[in-house]
Design a protein around this ligand. Structure first.
Ligand code: ZN
Length: 163
């Protein structure tokens, strides 16, 4: 049973207001909200893994990386470790690193889309996507998928919408 809104009237309304604001900000009516990792962490990933994220300046018709990392800051380390491993796998297999074309959160889980790579690449991505279901998207601590209003993976502290 979900207790998210019980005894938390401010949280309840703030949740709705935030969702509407995000919808308005992005014009994304169907997806409700468009989350984004902060600029500093985004630049860190781009800087340290330029080959993986080489499509970041390509037009939207080619790659959705122009939106950056469409998830919370809490998944930064998960993405950093994944990126490190994808580069290592490519080096070991002597293949061109995969080109990441979209990174987003959907239904509380990481979605990481690439062009290229090999079976090991796919396996490592699957692993990271599964791991994201247990990592708070806000702070990176242990979390679990919460379904209340929207579905998101959060720790106890961040399950409250106003925190
Ligand atoms: Zn948290």
């Amino acid at each position: 049973m979900n207790m998210m809104f019980v005894g938390d009237p401010h949280g309840s309304y703030q949740h709705i207001i935030t969702a509407v604001q995000e919808m308005t900000d992005t014009g994304a009516g169907c997806e409700v909200r468009r989350r984004a990792m902060n600029r500093e962490l985004t630049e860190k990933l781009y800087h340290d893994f330029p080959e993986l994220y080489r499509s970041r300046n390509k037009p939207i018709t080619v790659s959705l990386m122009c939106f950056g990392f469409e998830c919370g800051d809490g998944w930064f380390q998960l993405l950093y470790d994944l990126s490190t491993d994808l580069m290592r796998i490519s080096t070991e297999a002597a293949i061109e690193p995969p080109e990441v074309v979209q990174v987003k959160e959907k239904f509380g889980c990481l979605r990481y889309y690439v062009d290229g790579g090999n079976d090991d690449t796919e396996h490592r991505i699957d692993q990271a996507e599964a791991a994201s279901e247990h990592i708070c998207e806000v702070c990176g601590q242990a979390g679990e998928i919460r379904s209340g209003g929207w579905i998101q993976t959060l720790c106890e502290e961040h399950r409250r919408p106003h925190s």
